[in-house]
Design a protein around this ligand. Sequence first.
Ligand code: HMG
Ligand code: MG
Length: 304
Amino acid sequence: MKSNIPARVKIIDVGPRDGLQNEKQQVPPEVKIALVQRLQDAGLKEIEVTSYVSPKWVPQMADNHAVMAGITRRADVRYSVLTPNLKGWEAAAADKPDEIVVFGAASEAFSQKNINCSIAESIERFAPVVEAALAAGVAVRGAMSCTVGCPYEGDIAPERVAYLAGLMRGIGVQRVDVADTIGVGTPLKVQRAIAATLKHFGIDDVSGHFHDTYGQALANTLAALELGVWNYQSSIAGLGGCPYAKGATGNVATEDLVYMLQGMGIETGIDLDKLVDAGQYISDFLGRKPQSRVAVALLNKRAG
Ligand code: HMG
Ligand code: MG
C-alpha cells in the first residue's frame, strides 16, 4: 500500500509562546528561560519563544526581551517569535530571532478580535515586516488561524484558507501553519484546509498547528501525516489557548505527539523522557498536572 506518511517529522514546540500566553499568573522570565532550556535538552530543534505584541493585549509576553536575552542559544536550534506589525518587528529584530511569524486569520471576525484589523489590512501590515525580515536574513513563517472553524463565524470554507495562503505567498512568507485555533476540526476538514493551502505552498512549507479542545488533535495530525505534512507545532504539557478564542484549550501536547510518532516508527530526534521532565517542570510551576495523557501515564509509571 502506497503511503505518503513521512519517515521523519520536525516539531516546533510553541509552549513558551502559545502555551503560556493565556496564563493568568505572570510566569517570570527565568521560568520561561528554564523551560526553553529543557525543551532544547530534550532534542527540540525549533522553539517558539515569545511574541512582540501589545503588552496591554497580552501581558504575559511583555518580558519578550528578557526571555530572548536570557536563553542559551544553540546553533542547531531555530528560535522563532511572533511579530504582528513593524513595531513588533523592530522590537524583535534587536533580539535576533532566527524566524519571525506574522499571524493572520482565515476568518474576518477572528482577525478583528485578535489583531484589531481586517484580513486585507493585516496583509498590508505584514508586507513591510516580511520584507524587512527577509532583508535582514531572518526567516518568515505565516500562521493562519481559524482554518477549519472560528469562534465567531463557525465553519470556515477551504476557499478562504486558499485565499489567505495566496495572500501570504504574495507578500513573501516562506512557509505557513494551518492552525485549528479552537480545536474544532476533524480529520477530513483538516485535510481540506491543508489541500487548500497546498495550492500556494509546497508540502515542505506547510505545518499543522492543532489545538486539542475537542480531543481531535492527534487524529487531525494523522490525517495531515497521510497527506505528507511533516512539520507540526505542539505545546509542552498541552499548555495554552488563545486569549481571543474563549474556551479554546492548548495545542496537542508535545509528549502525546512524540509518543504517537515514535510508535509509528517516525523519527523526531526527541527524547521522550526528557520531554516529560520539561512538561513536569512547567506544570509544577503552574501547580497542575500536565495536560498530556502520555506524560501522566509515564509519570505514574515512574512513581510506581
Ligand atoms: P492596535 O491597538 O490596533 O495597534 O493593536 P495600534 O498600532 O493602534 O497601537 C495601539 C497601542 O499598541 C500603541 O500603544 C502601540 O504603541 C502599541 P499606546 O500608544 O496605546 O501606549 N503597539 C504595540 N506594542 C508592543 N508591540 C507591538 C505593538 N503594536 C502596537 N507590536 C496589535 C494591534 C496587533 C498590536 C494588538 O491587536 C495585539 O497586540 N494583539 C495581540 C495578538 C496576540 O498576541 N494574539 C495571540 C497570538 S496569535 C495565536 O495565538 C494564534 C496562533 O497560535 C495560531 C492559532 O492557533 O490560530 C498563532
Ligand atoms: Mg495557537
